[in-house]
Design a protein around this ligand. Structure first.
Ligand code: SF4
Length: 67
């Protein structure tokens, strides 16, 4: 398992495309995921690129997911 914190993709509102909703909620609550978990990023600057990121990634488009 890998842990992540504020400012990283796992807590970003743009993260998670392709991850089942229930699993995404669990990941966000636990702030941990299996290392192989990769999710799509739907930030407007990235979506056309079909960017896929791990929970520990980050970028300047970060926007915290609503609690
Ligand atoms: S790449 Fe940037 S915008 Fe996309 S999920 Fe990660 S922090 Fe959010």
């Amino acid at each position: 398992m890998i842990s992540f914190s504020n400012g990283q993709c796992g807590t970003c509102s743009h993260f998670g495309e392709g991850i089942p909703e229930e699993k995404l909620v669990q990941i966000r609550i636990a702030r941990k995921s299996e290392e192989e978990v990769i999710g799509g990023c739907d930030h407007p600057s990235n979506s056309n690129l079909h960017l896929r990121v791990a929970v520990v990634g980050s970028c300047d488009g970060y926007s915290p997911v609503a609690a």
